[in-house]
Design a protein around this ligand. Structure first.
Ligand code: 5GP
Length: 242
């Protein structure tokens, strides 16, 4: 497969056309941003580790029956994905109190939530990803009738599967962000990336942070922490197959 012209340079990935219609070339970059792109750093090794983690998690979700945009991993930093029309909502999923929810309601860190909390933000760096509800998203034309219900259904399934997979790696899934896209036939499928860039993960036992919070709060080395997540996922994958 050949890389074509640049479609879009994102914060952590660059998207290119390919010589096959319906497929895009995704390059994971050595870049980390925080505060919706306002803080940007070159971090050697980040692209490789995130591509590997995302590859493990998307292959796992696919094996459990979730439809996604993932097609194949071509190299350490390159994936081929299906081209989808991205729904411009960040779907935020929370199992325990942390981050903005913890702050908003002054909750104890990692308080177990009575049920999984799903909320949406409108994807816009310029507006700082404002929180948006389904009625607003419908009214503003970002989603169509029925989309929110389908997104919620898929999100809860994905959350259950990821909680289980991370627990096998001795990791607790605190919260995370998903994105969905639409295929030309209108079907909604999981898109974008799942990695410690958009998941809060803590060690199940010690509650040590193993995600992008170490970069956001400057408390540790990002690649070392991401490599630890990858190592645990790889080791638990080996165990699952013996
Ligand atoms: P919070 O609202 O607490 O800041 O974030 C909740 C969860 O969603 C965290 O796991 C965080 O990593 C993820 N998240 C929220 N917004 C973004 C975003 O703009 N980019 C990325 N990569 N993750 C996000």
């Amino acid at each position: 497969m050949q890389r074509g012209s640049l479609i879009k340079e994102g914060k952590a990935k660059s998207l290119y056309e390919t010589d096959e219609p319906g497929l895009i070339w995704v390059e994971y970059m050595d870049q980390a941003t925080a505060l919706n792109g306002k803080r940007k750093h070159h971090i050697a090794g980040k692209g490789v580790v995130n591509n590997k983690i995302d590859t493990i998690l998307f292959n796992y979700l696919i094996s459990e029956g979730i439809k996604t945009d993932y097609v194949e991993t071509l190299s350490d930093t390159v994936q081929i994905n299906k081209s989808v029309k991205i729904i411009p909502l960040e779907v935020i999923v929370r199992n325990y109190a942390s981050g903005s929810l913890q702050k908003k309601f002054n909750l104890p860190y990692l308080q177990k939530l009575n049920q999984t909390v799903i909320s949406y933000c409108y994807k816009s760096d310029e507006l700082d990803d404002p929180v948006i509800n389904a009625s607003e998203a419908l009214g503003l034309g970002f989603i169509q009738p029925g989309d929110s219900e389908r997104i919620q259904e898929l999100t809860l399934q994905i959350n259950d599967l990821l909680i289980e997979r991370f627990a096998q790696a001795n990791l607790q899934l605190v919260d995370f962000k998903l994105e969905f896209g639409k295929l030309p036939n209108g079907e909604i499928i999981l898109a974008d990336e799942i990695s410690p860039d958009n998941c809060r993960l803590v060690d199940l036992t010690t509650k040590e942070s193993l995600d992008k919070d170490v970069f956001r709060k400057s408390t540790g080395d990002l690649v070392t922490v991401y490599e630890e997540v990858l190592k645990r996922l790889e080791q638990s994958e080996e165990k699952a197959h013996v």
